[in-house]
Design a protein around this ligand. Sequence first.
Ligand code: NAD
Length: 471
Amino acid sequence: MRTIERIYIDGAFVKPHGEMLDLFDPARGEVFAQVRLADDEDARQAIQAAKRALPLYARTGKAERLELLRNLHDAVLSRAADLEEATILEYGAPVARARWTARYAAESFLHAAKTLEDYSFTCSTGDSEVVMEPVGVAGLITPWNANAGFICSKLAYALAAGCTAVIKPSEMSASQTEIVTEALHSAGAAAGVFNIVTGRGEVVGAELATSPDIAKISFTGSTAVGKAIMKAAADTVKRVTLELGGKSPSLILEDANFEAAVPMAITAGFQNSGQACLAGTRILVPEARLTDVLPLAKAAMAAAKVGDLRDPATAIGPMVSTRQYDRVQRYIRLGIEAGATLVAGGEGHPDGLGGYFVKPTLFADVTNGMSIAREEIFGPVLCILTYRDEDEAVAIANDTDYGLASYVFSSDPIHARAIAARLQTGRVMINGAPHDPLAPFGGYKQSGLGREYGAFGLEAFLEAKAVLGVG
Ligand code: NAD
């Protein structure tokens, strides 16, 4: 069996000191490799390497950073095919998704480069000059559902800002991390500028969150862990960016083209096999139009292809782990017990599929108090809720602890924007699920703190220094 026993510290691949962990192929539910994890001592060495590299790297100019970002892009792009394969095997992503994520990971460096090119690190305000300086050593922590993408996008903006970094990828994504690490290493950054330490969250992640030598944590993952990190980071008053969970509403307005909107809303819920923070999992429809919606929703569910990960038409792969499979099953049971109506799907595996595949599931007759409407399921399980008027639609949409994203469907752009203005979410997407890599990304309420991407994402790694009396 393949074993991965390398982490990356101070510009070199070294053997970590922790225990072995099995890596599973979610399509079959079988172990395909093992990874040796880093321990807290490995984490401390990585932090010290990043600390040593900081003074020199923080003084680099735009031109040098831009060159590095472009080299990193080229390096990751050159391994896109390998990354795609690893994402299919280790994460269970359908090939179309795996291809997109591999390229997205590489392109992150170009997006950060474009942001850096356009950004001015000095400005004047009042009688003073303001200089934006790198915050220091950044700890970057990623989840399994978008591991390579977040390694690259967090690192890209940290480096653009002049920070050095210690990256703690998801321990469940070690095979993707190995490929990304090899690629990043080949780009020729100075030793210690970035370090990659795969280990457990409560070991390596906790070391980053408490170390006095880490100035900033950029975390993407669950709301529960985000809160723990925020508490752990408080003792050293670290800057924290938290990208957490979601329970995003899709509002289909009365004037929407229902034939187009209903399938798009279902697709928005099934992004990344339903394992997406942005997934539109609460579909809000006018009560009087439910009878129009249900047949369209059933047809869209039937069209969502589950299974063969090598088929470019497949939209939904397996859940990442047995734990995630069990979690989804539990929520399907909870929905049934609460009295919601199964429109499609249900408990168990889809016909002919094993591993961690679940049945894409749609519930109707859902009320916003049910746990399937309140809690992040993180699987392909969607709810249809009805509203009597738009005030009620907005109230239901905002009645959640989360606030990452929302989707509005309408044939009238002015109407859609008026509703968008009333939604408490970091992103509102109109008539689809477009991605804009330079628009700020992050959540209201318990979906997070701060923003990533573009100038907002760059400033998350900067401190403002005001110089007064400059004359
Ligand atoms: P998770 O919170 O379990 O783990 C995320 C990362 O945190 C992993 O690397 C893990 O090892 C680490 N970690 C765990 N405990 C830690 C601790 N005590 N200290 C420091 N680090 C620790 O999340 P997950 O299950 O890997 O990912 C799924 C979650 O991520 C979902 O809730 C999803 O909504 C969220 N997510 C959010 C976004 C976003 O941008 N808002 C994007 C993707 C995923």
